[in-house]
Write a protein that binds this ligand. Structure first.
Ligand SMILES: Nc1ncnc2c1ncn2[C@@H]1O[C@H](COP(=O)(O)OP(=O)(O)OP(=O)(O)O)[C@@H](O)[C@H]1O
Length: 405
């Protein structure tokens, strides 16, 4: 993964916008769907483009296969600058790009095999070569037994497998997936994402995934660009984006995918149900293992009971958080908190009597562990730093503590 296979440089795409209908219709200012995007997609990666509806994701990706043309800037695909290319010159570029869609876009009058064969017919392949290629592709996507079935008889997941087989038919170097799993249930989504991962790993195809679901990014993307109002507001490797989301939009997406941190309502119930001090600790590949956490507590004679949380994977690396009830003397709990902070990021939620607003956790040492400022009992000192946005460990507000990340 070193050389870019797709390069956007200062790309702008504007659409003329109209408001009103009929004779009174007037022309408004143009809609700037893509607004000064510069980024590279590396050969061999799975690159995610995430954003809310209208962020400009589809438009950005449609510029790659020249379904749209740029208003300004350049898009270079596999070494070819698409700017101003004729249809004839665009044809070989498009041949190197497959695309799949949310609504599958299958031909209802053709069987599964007929759909997959279609681009090969257009490209002039012989009957025998087509048949061999179609059989190979249907086998790869796991629906060889459906070759003579019509799309109306297929489930959504099977339809998308046909879409993928068709997109791969002419051996593309790039596969564009525009909300390819948005119409599928979670289990089928996981199957289709696993297939896209095989496309990337086994066939070496660069995959660009457009999505509004951070779960998709969590599952398969190596890197991700977060878009808002036509701009890329954050760009980075998926693990880093999840563990330290910088932009508010990114933090919202991350929070939607990682449900390991208790909400305010859950915290209130946890504090009511458990008398001890409630803390959340981050777990990732370098910090917060059960052994580290439990060891830090045991060293100070504090009991830790896991009351909430979960550990899953981001980009196939462990990530999550555990929320614990700490029980022990005040001094022991404060010392244990210090010890925990030396091994991972910690958010102190306080107790039912003295709840700490997690949105106001200071980024340095916890209020209850600040030496001479330590209040009596487990009463927290007032928050000293700006609020934590997004309620996660990471973020630009400096709430990451310890050696996490
Ligand atoms: N052909 C078009 N003509 C006019 N405006 C358009 C056209 N295509 C997109 N737009 C506008 O450009 C902006 C970005 O749209 P785009 O479809 O790229 O966003 P998106 O992030 O893919 O959203 P969604 O997930 O809803 O498809 C929107 O304001 C949209 O209305």
């Amino acid at each position: 993964m070193s050389e870019p296979i797709i390069s956007f440089r200062d790309v702008v795409k504007e659409f003329p916008a109209h408001r009103g209908l009929g004779r009174g219709r007037r022309r408004d200012a143009a809609v700037r769907a893509v607004d000064g995007v510069t980024l590279d997609v590396e050969a061999g990666e799975i690159f995610g483009v995430i954003g809310y509806s209208g962020a400009g994701k589809s438009t950005l990706v449609r510029l790659v296969n020249a379904l749209e043309t740029t208003t300004a800037g350049s898009v270079v695909v596999d070494g070819t600058d698409l700017t101003g290319l004729s249809e004839a010159r665009l044809r070989p570029v498009r041949a190197g790009i497959g695309m799949i869609f949310q609504q599958f876009n299958l031909l209802s009058s053709r069987t599964v095999a007929g759909n997959v064969a279609y681009p090969l017919e257009v490209a002039g392949w012989s009957r025998a070569d087509r048949d061999a290629r179609v059989a190979e592709l249907l086998d790869f996507v796991g629906i060889a037994d459906k070759a003579s079935v019509y799309p109306s008889k297929l489930s959504g997941g099977q339809k998308q497998r046909v879409g993928i087989a068709r997109a791969l038919a002419a051996n593309p170097r790039i596969l564009l997936a525009d909300e390819a799993t948005s119409a599928l249930d979670p289990e089928t989504t996981a199957d289709v994402l696993a297939l896209l991962q095989r496309v990337n790993r086994e066939l070496g195809i660069t995959v660009v995934v457009i999505t509004h679901e951070m779960e998709v990014v969590r599952s398969i993307c190596h890197r991700v660009a977060v878009m808002e109002h036509g701009r890329v507001v954050e760009l980075g490797d998926a693990y880093g984006i999840f563990s330290s989301p910088a932009h508010a939009v990114t933090r919202r997406f991350v929070a939607s995918a990682l449900r390991d941190r208790p909400s305010d309502a859950v915290l209130t119930r946890l504090r009511t149900r458990h008398a001890g001090r409630i803390v959340s600790v981050r777990v990732d590949e370098v910090a917060g293992s059960s052994a580290q956490v439990m060891g830090a507590l045991a060293d100070h004679g504090v009991t830790g009971t896991i009351v909430y949380g979960g550990i899953s994977e981001v980009a196939e690396r462990p990530y999550g958080s555990l929320t614990l009830e700490l029980v022990g003397s005040d001094d022991a709990v404060h010392a244990a908190l210090d010890a925990l902070r030396s091994v991972t990021a910690v958010v102190d939620h306080g107790t039912a009597a003295h709840p700490l607003d997690t949105d106001d956790i200071p980024s340095g040492r916890a209020p209850g562990a600040e030496g001479t400022d330590r209040p009596a009992g487990d009463r927290p000192a007032p928050p000293a730093r700006p609020p934590l946005g997004g309620g996660l460990f990471g973020g630009t507000t400096g709430t990451v503590e310890g050696n996490a990340r």
